[in-house]
Design a protein around this ligand. Structure first.
Ligand SMILES: NC(=O)c1ccc[n+]([C@@H]2O[C@H](COP(=O)([O-])OP(=O)(O)OC[C@H]3O[C@@H](n4cnc5c(N)ncnc54)[C@H](O)[C@@H]3O)[C@@H](O)[C@H]2O)c1
Length: 275
């Protein structure tokens, strides 16, 4: 489905070029949900900054695509694909050992009224988007503490700070992730480890594309009206944000200049939460 008519005449757009100066040479970064969307953009951005990237996803073909894209950018051998379903929590914790930068990004969405929301999906959403980040942080912290340096970046959302109807599992998971992130910030501070959330509004990714039809059904409107009347209704800037813009915020949180930024939620929402 074509999603975005493109920038509105008066909207602010990104140049698409990295602007944050970041050197992660000698560091290892683990990015979950790296096969596509925001995770792929983060994996490529951290690889470009010199990190060795452990790219975790259950989508093996998507990870192949990421590796090919990295090769095309002159980053051959820098991105290590790691096929893993994060509902395997023990394996997730093991995978995080040795990561200096941990980007908890994998996620999924189901748009359904509460009384119709399938309990098994609620459970899976909480497992992938809250319990797996806990286990990954748990797996990464001992070596981060030993080295006296670490960066935990949690892909939250405006939905970590605000609710929307029909997204009970997602909103619950993101609100939980905010609490987990702040707790990691408090515990990690003495060890040189920061933990922050990044909170985008709607990003141009498959996760958003997939929910257009669901949103149309839940709100009883045609799919072509979902973008303007539902997704961007509360955004002052009437465009989707690009994955690369989110990756740039993640990069910033890994810089020495951001070493005092911890326990924070970096909101990239086009003014949504200014209401
Ligand atoms: N797209 C948006 O508008 C938006 C807005 C705010 C926050 N976010 C958050 O950003 C993150 C990434 O979203 P996206 O839009 O890039 O989504 P996406 O659907 O494009 O990518 C999510 C990735 O997570 C992976 N994944 C899902 N379940 C998994 C599992 N059990 N094990 C391993 N991998 C799994 C998928 O395979 C996919 O590659 C999510 O946490 C999402 O909540 C997205």
């Amino acid at each position: 489905m074509t999603m975005n008519p493109g920038p509105a005449p008066h909207s602010v757009t990104s140049t698409g070029k990295p602007s944050v100066s970041l050197d992660l040479g000698g560091r290892t970064a683990l990015v979950t949900g790296a096969a596509g969307g925001i995770g792929r953009a983060c994996a490529l951005r951290l690889a470009a900054a010199g990190a060795k990237v452990r790219a975790v996803d259950r989508d093996a073909a998507g990870l192949d695509g990421l590796v090919g894209q990295a090769r095309g950018l002159g980053l051959a051998g820098v991105v290590e694909p790691f096929v893993l379903d994060l509902t395997d929590l023990d394996a997730a914790e093991d995978a995080a050992a040795g990561a200096d930068v941990l980007v908890n990004n994998a996620g999924l969405q189901l748009v359904r009224p509460l009384e119709e929301f399938p309990p098994d999906v609620f459970h899976t959403v909480l497992t992938v988007m809250l319990e797996a980040p806990f286990r990954l942080i748990r797996g990464a912290l001992p070596q981060m503490y030993a080295k006296g340096w670490g960066r935990v970046v949690n892909l939250s959302s405006v939905h970590g700070l605000r609710a929307s109807p029909f997204k009970s599992a997602y909103v619950a998971a993101k609100h939980g992730l905010e609490g987990l992130s702040k707790t990691a910030a408090l515990e990690g501070a003495a060890h040189g480890v920061t933990s922050n959330c990044v909170n985008p509004g709607y990003v141009r990714t498959p996760l958003v594309e997939k929910q257009i039809e669901d949103q149309a059904a839940a709100h009883g409107i045609p799919a072509e009206r979902v973008l303007t009347e539902v997704l961007l209704k509360d955004s002052a800037l009437k465009r989707l944000i690009e994955p690369e813009e989110v990756a740039e915020a993640v990069a910033y949180l890994c810089t020495p200049q951001a070493s005092f930024v911890t326990g924070a939620s970096l909101v990239l929402d086009g003014g949504w939460t200014a209401h």
